[in-house]
Structure formats: C-alpha cells, structure tokens
Design a protein around this ligand. Structure first.
Ligand code: NAG
Ligand code: NAG
Ligand code: NAG
Ligand code: NAG
Length: 439
C-alpha cells in the first residue's frame, strides 16, 4: 500500500496541474468569434454581443472604420446592468479612449449629463452624424474559437470593456433592432486592441471577416490569429494574398498640414481589370493625393463598392464590351445601380451569373482580387441583375470604397501588427461559403 501512495499523489498533482493549465488556456484564448448577419431590409452587416450583468445579447452594426463600440445606453441598458459604470476623468479608460474631460454639466439632470466623466466622438456610420458621448465600462462576453479553429468554443468574459454611451437619436437609419455600432479600428479603444490587451497579448491584434451572402445564415468574424477554418475543412489563412494598409489623415484647411489619422482601413488599388485587361483610369485618382482625398478604402457599411464617376464609367464601358456582354439586353436601371441587364441572356455557373471577371489589382499583378458574378452582380428581381457597383459622383473623398457585396464569401484579413490586409478570393471557388462556419 505504501508503494502506491506516492504514485497516487503524483497522479493527483498531475491532474491538478492539468486542470490549472486548461483553466489558463481557457482564460487566454487564441481567438474569439462573432456572428455576422446580413440584414435583409438594409443589407447592413450586423453582429450580436452579450453585454452587462446579467448578460443581454444586443445587436450592433459592424463598422470596420468605427473607432470604438458605442451603444444606446439610455433606452434601458444602463440602469439594468449592475456592472455598468462611467469612465472617471483621469482614469486609464479615458487615456485608452483618448477621451476629453469637459467642464461640469450645468443642465438639469438628464441622460448624458454628467460631471467628471470623459467623452469621445461617436459616428453613426450610415448617416455619418457625430455625437459626443460619455465613455463607459462594462463586461462583454464573446465565444472563443475551439482549439481546431473550426467552431465556437466556450464563452469568455472581458470585464471593464470600454465603449461610448449614446442615445437613441444616434440610431437613425440603422437596421431595426440595432442598438449601436461595433468599431473595428486599429486604435487602442477599437475592439481588436482591447481584447488583445485583455488577454495579455496572447490574442493577436488581427481579425478576419467572412461576410455572408445570405440573410438567412450567419458568416463569421474571427478576432485573433489563424487558423480560420470554415466548413471543417481547410485553414483558409493559407490562401491569403497581402497588400499593405495605408495611413490616411483628416483634411485640414491647409493642404500641407495633415489632421488626425482616420481610423479606417485604406489600401492602394493600382488598377482594375475586366477579363484581365486594365481599364483606363486617371491614375491620380488612385493616389492618396492629399490628406483624406483619393486612394481606396474598405467599408463594411457600404453594401456595394462605390467608385468615382470616371472610374465607374470606364468600368461599365469595358464590362459591356467584354466577351458576350454585347449580346445581353439592357434593362431599366434600378437604384442605386446605373446599369442593369436581362438575366435571361446570361447563364449561371457555380460562381454566379457568367459575366466578365472584374479584378482589383494591388501592389502587383499577383496581388489581384477577382470578382466573379456572385460578387460583381446583384439580383434586383427575378428577371434583372445589375452591375453591383455604385457611381459615387466626381467629388469622392476615397476614389474607390470596396463594399460588403464584393467581400462576401471571401475571407478578408486585417493584420494590425504587420499593417497589411489579406484576401482569399471567392471561397465559392472551393465550394465553400462564409455561412458554413458553425458557431
Ligand atoms: C432608467 O432610468 C431612467 C432615468 O434615469 C428612468 O426614466 C427609466 O425608467 C429607467 N429604466 C429602467 C428600465 O429602470
Ligand atoms: C455638476 O457640477 C455642478 C457644479 O460644479 C452642479 O451644479 C451640477 O448639478 C452637477 N451636475 C451633475 C449632473 O451632477
Ligand atoms: C485626373 O484627376 C485629377 C484629380 O481629380 C485631376 O486634377 C486631373 O485633371 C485629371 N486628369 C485628367 C486627364 O482627367
Ligand atoms: C452575339 O450574337 C450573335 C448572334 O447570335 C453571335 O453571332 C455572336 O457570336 C454573339 N457574340 C458574342 C460575343 O457572343
């Protein structure tokens, strides 16, 4: 018997240390995930995050260019969560949020009137209206990713998550049921940086979007490093082609003085191809000509890619002259699109309607994002499909804003450490859709 005693003690301590390790492993996940839903009525990309104590799931529009998360605090949330509190002037939260401390609020007591609380600017990404809102803290809860990366793992809680408190007026034009916006900017208060900090940096400052094409089934947002496994198959991060992210600054009165860095993701598109041939583009539009003007940006709130007028016209002209498009009957335009076609003249393949391929070219011809019918065309009714790009007029700030329709069923990676964006090209080429990830 005495022989067995030390052994069982060793065994017990082994079990205990394994338990400790697995607890630590769970509290320091490699990556987290959020569902991405396409709202049927507005095409806005939405997600759900559990916030507060008790935890309540709330809907947010996903704004990749948003600085931080903001929430309508005064329609019930702020006095229903026992862990909600305001960020006091001088606290670490105010410094992370680069938040200002205004003077005392001399108005009669009302929501949003506080003393000794720091404030930040928020933005309604659809109306592009700004608000000034107190910074707040509460616990948020997200799913971790399973070890294999192929599905959702246990939930993890992040206490003291910093966000801005808005009111219901800032929700104008957002999809029904939405209570705020989730900002994915690279700033310290952006979700990617805050969760990385919360887990001591074991979760890397990077994320990948897999936008769904179907309003009935969710896509996925991976927060943290690969593997990004969809449909239990491959780690699609092995497919990424990378382009550098470009810093861009607010316009100021002087052309030579840059303003604050814009918290959006900018890239350098160098040409657009239709069936592998470059279309004519005034190249100065593709340059970041002066602070805030020119170049290309990525957006999750614009449902379709917006092009400067001259680029749009050049694209349509090359598209209609390419391949068999000359034989396809035009249909009346359906807003917001300017060029629509009879579907009976087009065939359908596994990549959607069979139309000339449109490609966005970055640093070199190898770094090329191919758009097939599924991403270039939009069905507006049973008989008509439109070229899914929008003419943004001739006074655009960014000359090209890549929108959600063009990104759907692709995996798009934002690596904030290396300041680069990766993309896979359509997952349909491999018979996979973003909605095949099961959380
Ligand atoms: C929350 O507080 C406001 C005033 O501070 C009050 O009018 C409202 O009824 C409260 N809501 C709930 C759900 O308690
Ligand atoms: C803020 O402080 C001022 C005095 O400095 C006071 O008159 C006011 O009532 C306070 N407001 C709130 C909301 O506490
Ligand atoms: C090209 O675009 C720039 C910037 O909008 C403009 O100043 C210039 O006149 C354009 N060049 C041509 C040839 O249209
Ligand atoms: C267009 O249709 C005509 C008549 O059917 C055919 O001869 C021609 O090859 C077609 N053109 C293309 C580019 O498919």
């Amino acid at each position: 018997m005495t022989y067995y005693l030390p052994q069982s003690i060793i065994l017990l301590s082994l079990i205990l240390s394994t338990l400790t390790i697995s607890t630590i492993a769970q509290s320091k996940p490699r990556s987290l995930i959020l569902p991405l839903t396409k709202d049927r009525a507005t095409n806005q990309i939405l997600t759900r995050i559990e916030i507060g104590t008790p935890r309540v799931s709330r809907n947010f529009i996903v704004d990749i260019a948003g600085r931080q998360l903001w929430l309508d605090c005064y329609s019930g949330y702020s006095n229903s969560s026992s862990t909600y509190r305001l960020a006091r002037c001088g606290s670490a939260a105010c410094s992370v949020g680069k938040a200002d401390c205004p003077g005392p609020c001399l108005l009669p007591p009302r929501p949003g009137c506080f003393n000794n609380t720091c404030v930040v600017l928020t933005r309604n990404p659809i109306r592009t209206t700004a608000g000034i809102s107190p910074l707040s803290l509460d616990t948020v809860s997200l799913h971790s990713t399973s070890t294999s990366g192929a599905r959702g793992g246990p939930r993890v809680s992040i206490p003291n998550f910093i966000f801005a408190c808005e009111d219901e007026f800032q929700l104008d034009n957002l999809a029904a049921g939405v209570e705020g916006a989730l900002g994915l900017s690279s700033e310290r208060i952006g979700l990617p940086s805050q969760i990385s900090t919360a887990f001591g940096g074991s979760l890397r400052r990077e994320f990948a979007l897999c936008l769904p094409s179907d309003p009935n089934s969710d896509g996925v947002l991976f927060l943290g490093a690969a593997p990004y496994v969809i449909a239990n198959r491959v780690d699609y991060s092995t497919r990424f082609r990378y382009t550098r992210l470009v810093k861009n600054y607010e316009r100021t009165a002087s052309p030579n003085v840059p303003g604050a860095e814009i918290p959006a993701y900018f890239v350098r598109i160098t040409s657009i191809l239709v069936s592998e041939s470059p279309i004519p583009i005034n190249s100065s539009l593709l340059e970041f000509r002066r602070t805030g003007i020119g170049g290309s940006a990525i957006s999750t709130v614009d449902p379709y890619t917006i092009l400067d007028s001259s680029i749009y016209r050049s694209l349509v002209s090359a598209f209609e002259r390419s391949g068999a498009m000359g034989n396809v009957s035009k249909a009346a335009a359906v807003a917001p699109f300017g060029n629509c076609y009879e579907k009976k003249d087009l065939s359908i393949g596994r990549m959607g309607l069979e139309v000339p391929k449109i490609s966005l070219v970055f640093e070199s011809r190898e770094v090329k994002w191919d758009l097939f019918g599924e991403n270039s065309m939009v069905d507006v009714n049973d008989d008509v499909a439109c070229l899914g790009f929008v003419d943004g007029g001739s006074d655009t700030t960014s000359s090209i804003v890549v929108g959600a329709h063009q990104m759907q069923d692709n995996l798009v990676h934002f690596d904030l450490h290396s300041s680069r964006m990766g993309f896979t090209n359509s997952l349909l080429l491999e018979g996979v859709r973003c909605s095949l990830f099961h959380i």
